[in-house]
Design a protein around this ligand. Structure first.
Ligand SMILES: [Zn+2]
Ligand SMILES: [Zn+2]
Length: 305
């Protein structure tokens, strides 16, 4: 709105206006490319360098395999309407069934991952996966979606999770953001998945507001600040960080449910990526392990730790 007589360069408090959307759906054509670049940038001189470089390659595969994939098959309209009516996520992970796009995503991921530079454990796991029959692969996909991955098969599941992330980001991108609403504390309103971490964003018009980042479909959903992402408590929240760190990644700790989820201050450093920076800030998890707090954020690339 322009007021007559207002100075031409009246300072507009763009950065202070916080009117966040409820969700920001992922752009599958951007999210994995940017993540790969971030993994690569973080890898330099990092003690996890080989693993971060592998994940940079894996993210690039997640981006590259999308060209020419069959269109995703969305749930029928009545299912979407019912989900909305009952406050349920429309992409129900518990009822997930394989379709052509999903199978093709998985096959392409397995094919393309051979070109990744990877640790020996990962290449052994990839060979095993390539030899697995469809039933074994389906079981692994189910375990990824249920966040119930057996410890002895973590390396295999990294590849399965990478393919699932692509498929679910493509599904989520087709949703109507206006049709989504809150489905529960720490639950993605698109797919029902847990968050990997939360981000304080620097977006125009939503500067300083917070979003949880889905570990499965990469949807971001708005949540108020200083509130436990796992249980919703606003009492007993404290913030921990690694001494001497850049101050842009902290653990939001909750004394009510004795857990923590990382919070990334993206408005201070726009290059922060929820998945890449979560893996690269493993030192913070190791620090918190000593406190006995449970890690509530789920990162399929950080399950072995
Ligand atoms: Zn999700
Ligand atoms: Zn809590």
């Amino acid at each position: 709105m322009t007021q007559a007589g207002a100075p031409r360069h009246d300072p507009i408090p763009i950065g202070d206006t916080a009117a966040p959307p409820f969700v920001r759906l992922p752009d599958p054509r951007a999210v994995f490319r940017q993540r790969g670049e971030r993994f690569r940038a973080l890898a330099a001189a990092h003690e996890l360098e080989p693993y971060l470089l592998f994940l940079a390659d894996l993210s690039a595969v997640q981006h590259d395999i999308q060209d020419g994939l069959p269109a995703v098959q969305m749930p029928p309209g009545d299912v979407l309407a019912r989900a909305r009516e009952h406050g349920m996520p429309p992409l129900d992970r518990a009822r997930f069934t394989f379709d052509r796009a999903c199978d093709a995503t998985f096959e392409r991921a397995l094919e393309s991952c051979g070109a990744c530079t990877m640790p020996p454990a990962a290449s052994g796991a990839l060979a095993k996966l390539r030899g697995a029959d469809p039933a074994a692969r389906a079981a692994m996909a189910g375990a990824v979606l249920a966040d119930a991955i057996p410890v002895e098969a973590l390396a295999e599941h990294v590849f399965v999770a990478a393919a699932r992330q692509v498929h679910f980001a493509r599904l989520a991108a087709e949703l109507d953001p206006a049709s989504l609403g809150p489905v529960g504390e720490g639950v993605c309103p698109a797919c029902g998945g847990p968050p990997v971490c939360s981000l304080v964003v620097g977006w125009l018009g939503a500067h300083g507001t917070r979003f949880c980042a889905c570990s499965t479909c990469a949807t971001l959903w708005n949540t108020v600040r200083i509130k436990c992402t796992a249980c919703g408590s606003t009492k007993g929240i404290t913030f921990e960080e690694v001494e001497g760190g850049p101050g842009t990644i902290k653990a939001e700790c909750c004394s009510e449910c004795r857990s923590y989820v990382k919070i990334l201050y993206q408005h201070k450093d726009p290059s922060l990526d929820p998945v890449a920076d979560d893996v690269a800030s493993l030192g913070l998890d190791l620090l918190l392990r000593e406190t006995g707090l449970r890690r509530a954020g789920v990162d399929h690339f950080l399950l072995g730790y």
